[in-house]
Design a protein around this ligand. Structure first.
Ligand code: FAD
Length: 457
């Protein structure tokens, strides 16, 4: 399921469902969930362990906020639907709206992708600013309150142990507090404790798919001339185990990442950082890292061993009154920039589930429908990961064949702007991967002509 195959957000479709919903975790998935819950619940309370700043700054509870984040079109469009004026606010705070066709240069499979004919709008912003703008909008919704500095402790269960009835947490003053709720949403990210909690209460924990990529990120910010809006990407693609991206962001800066996979560890000191950048197949990466002043006084390093999908949709029993979303459900290799968009699509699915059946049997209905979103995105990312023989984990059927076809398509896309655009629209989670199997695309992949770059679809 991608943007093209899901109905857009329509708050009018949701009627009154309950008195209070509690969302645990105030990051992208939690805030998006809170937005859609506010249509059906009298009150929505978001509990976040970090103390949140009024400024767009990185934070400890979500350490990935120190690293560059690219928002795919599915996320951008959905956030704009959830929070009208989202993009305008982002731009007014210094974020950029760049054209991915002409302002972003990408290296894929031994060459540079041809420039698509259509504009491919995308934000140029730090992760901290993206999240801050979502928070800014959430705090303006009357029936949503955001309680930061509050640490979730446990779910409350009814006597029959079949329904979650609220949460306990340590509040802003470190006092243990209880909050009853008709619905609790776990948006605590990868370290979610719901699987363990289910086990402790006689339920089965969800089966887990883990695909091991042994990835590391190292990130800095560098100065950017105000009128230079260029971005660059040469992501790791098998057999190359290293990659990098440079994104223009607010404050006349570029966000820069160096990425290593399967034992090629991203650099942690300045000299290695420059050497790593210079070893990549795009001259601008090394040149900019060397020529521009560094804004960061440290290199942020982040190890990401595995992509992980917890299959809640496969459980026979699940307590009422509880839903799990975002990275707590599935967390994806960050190289493909999918997590925030899936968090937004999860919330969109939650919205449709609320509209279609209210709170009844919500968890299983939600898990079944989000599995479709996750499946599409998972197969895209994991498909590329399995191009490395070192990658381990459950390989979805058809991965090798699709990977072979994608390899051929991306190479043809060096000279064919139609293929380049089609490929981009799939990566942006606008179009499903099956869009790359349409006859006109297959034809161009297998029968390229010297004129192919001139012919439109
Ligand atoms: C290095 C890296 C780079 C990435 N790059 C991209 C990218 O380019 N594009 C993209 O779309 N995605 C990217 N992602 C993924 C993206 O960060 C996540 O998918 C996104 O933040 C949604 O996650 P979430 O809200 O589910 O969880 P998180 O962002 O992890 O948030 C969980 C929240 O729960 C809170 N919490 C946890 N436990 C408790 C508790 N007990 N009590 C109260 N609060 C609690 C945490 O403080 C945190 O705020 C990247 C991830 C990583 C690791």
């Amino acid at each position: 399921m991608t943007l093209a195959t899901v109905d857009r957000y329509d708050p009018e479709q949701v009627s009154s469902i309950g008195d209070r919903a509690v969302v645990v975790g105030g990051s992208m998935a939690g805030l998006c969930a809170a937005r859609v819950l506010a249509d059906g619940f009298e009150e929505v309370v978001v509990i976040e362990r970090d103390s949140l700043s009024d400024e767009p700054i990185t934070r400890d509870g979500a350490p990935q906020t120190s690293h560059p984040h690219l928002m795919q079109e599915a996320g951008r469009a959905t956030l704009e639907d959830f929070f009208p004026g989202f993009g305008e606010k982002l731009l007014s705070e210094g974020g950029l709206l760049i054209d991915g066709s002409t302002e972003m240069k990408s290296y894929e499979k031994g060459g540079f992708a041809a420039t698509p004919e259509s504009r491919l709008p995308m934000y140029g912003s730090s992760r901290a600013l993206l999240e801050w703008v979502v928070r800014w909008h959430i705090t303006r919704i009357e029936n949503v309150s955001l309680r930061d500095g509050c640490q979730f402790v446990n779910y409350l269960l009814d006597d029959s142990e079949t329904t979650v009835t609220g949460v306990t947490f340590r509040d802003e003053h470190d006092a243990e507090t209880t909050l009853t709720a008709d619905l609790v949403v776990d948006a605590t990210g990868r370290t979610s404790r719901t699987p363990q909690w289910l086990n402790d209460h006689g339920y089965e924990a969800p089966p887990v798919d883990e695909v091991e990529v042994d990835l590391t990120y190292s990130s800095i910010q560098i100065e950017r001339p105000p009128d230079d809006r260029r971005g660059f990407a040469a992501f790791p693609r098998a057999p190359r185990t290293r990659g990098s991206a440079i994104n223009p962001i607010e404050g006349n800066r570029w966000d820069v990442i160096m990425i290593g996979v399967h034992g090629d560890v991203a650099p942690t000191d300045e000299e290695e950082f420059v050497e790593f950048a210079e070893s990549l197949p795009m001259d601008e990466l090394g040149e900019l890292v060397k020529s521009q002043s560094w804004v960061s006084d440290e290199i942020h390093h982040y190890p990401y061993p595995t992509s992980r999908w917890r299959h809640y949709e496969q459980l026979d029993e699940f307590p009422s009154g509880l839903v799990v979303t975002g990275d707590a459900l599935a967390s994806f290799n960050p190289v493909y920039g999918q997590g925030m968009s899936v968090a937004a699509l999860d919330a969109l699915v939650l919205h449709h589930c609320l509209a279609d059946g209210g709170g009844k049997n919500l968890g299983p209905r939600f898990f079944e429908r989000t599995a479709e979103v996750i499946n599409t995105v998972w197969r895209l990312g994991v498909g590329s990961d399995f191009a490395y023989p070192q990658t381990t984990g459950p390989k979805p059927p058809g991965t090798d064949l699709f990977g072979w076809y994608m390899g051929r398509l991306t190479r043809q896309a060096h000279s064919d702007k139609v293929l380049s655009e089609a490929f981009n629209r799939v990566l942006r989670l606008e179009q499903p991967p099956t869009a790359l199997l349409r006859p006109n695309i297959i034809w161009r992949v297998f029968f390229p002509s010297p004129q192919s770059s001139l012919i439109s679809t």
